[in-house]
Design a protein around this ligand. Structure first.
Ligand code: AMP
Ligand code: ZN
Ligand code: FE
Ligand code: FE
Length: 282
């Protein structure tokens, strides 16, 4: 069936344009792909045009960066109304804060002799894209300081690094309410990815479920078997939908489109419950 509900394009930190992303989904044999760039809807329009041209269904979504007690939490918002003012304003605020934050990270890196300037980083942020740490990584690759994004993250850009600077991000409780208010479906992204150091406590998932969280991403490349089982167990107890997705970033990561997938019945439920925008038909 091939349904992949979590991917990134050059509208944030992926390396495929929204058009190429959808073309790649068709080439991979997917029936349905979601575009879920960080904190932006900027890729939706081009992706929708491509979807109709190549015959893939497109779920328009967004991955909202949140912060809970100092820890990063990601919420996928599917089929939200992009004109909902409260959600759009929150995303704009996060994007602006991300730019300042990258400049500060560059200052810290440069002060320690790591060869990168803010201008070099900006040269790697595609026009209109949400800026993120992967764009610093790309500048470091171009400068010859590291071989690829992963190495830049492993050496300098990881979450607890001395060079890490926070950006504005809403609490996940607020993000769940914003997604609901925009007629969308909220699904927790990779909540138990231990690679990132910290994992979300069950109690937070329970609280979010009480506020209208609809689902949880169980099958994700950064989830091991224990994390997947934990997500499924929680979902069953709380009545949450279970999704599976690749979190494809083009050349920025080694995962393939469709490497993980979502059950068609779950997608049908997401579609049935959402009122923000419709799935773009193939
Ligand atoms: P930011 O949004 O600026 O906090 O950066 C987070 C993004 O960095 C994630 O969404 C991933 O796309 C990317 N990322 C995190 N760890 C790595 C890694 N080890 N290698 C490549 N990309 C990574
Ligand atoms: Zn990313
Ligand atoms: Fe994420
Ligand atoms: Fe993602």
């Amino acid at each position: 069936m091939g349904i992949d509900l979590h991917t990134h394009s050059t509208a944030s930190d992926g390396t495929d344009s929204p058009t190429s992303l959808v073309e790649a989904a068709a080439a991979a044999g997917l029936t349905t792909v979601a575009i879920t760039d960080h904190d932006t809807f900027a890729g939706w329009s081009d992706a929708a045009d491509a979807a109709q041209r190549v015959g893939v269904r497109l779920v328009r979504g967004v991955e909202i960066s949140c912060e809970s007690e100092g820890h990063s939490v990601h919420l996928l918002g599917y089929l939200v109304d992009p004109f909902d003012a409260a959600l759009a304003e929150e995303l704009a605020r996060a994007r602006e804060s991300r730019a300042t934050r990258l400049a500060r990270m560059v200052e810290l890196l440069a002060a320690d002799g790591i060869p990168v300037t803010y201008a070099q980083v900006l040269a790697h942020v595609p026009p209109g894209a949400t800026p993120g740490r992967p764009h610093i990584a790309d500048a470091l690759v171009t400068a010859g300081a590291v071989a690829h994004r992963d190495e830049a993250f492993a050496r300098w850009l990881f979450d607890d690094s001395p060079y890490y600077v926070r950006h504005y991000a809403p609490e996940p409780q607020r993000a769940v309410e914003l997604v609901q208010g925009a007629g969308g479906i909220g699904v927790l992204a990779h909540p138990f990815a231990t690679r990132r150091g910290w994992t979300m406590p069950d109690a937070l998932v329970e609280r979010l479920a009480g506020l209208g969280l609809a689902g949880i991403e169980a099958d994700h490349p950064d989830h091991d078997a224990a994390a997947r089982a934990r997500a499924r167990r929680l979902a069953e107890g709380l009545g949450l939908l279970v999704t599976g997705s690749s979190d494809y970033h083009g050349l920025g990561k080694t995962v393939r489109l469709g490497q993980e997938s979502t059950d068609p019945a779950v997608l049908a439920e997401i579609e049935a419950r959402a009122s923000g925008v419709a799935v773009v038909p193939a």
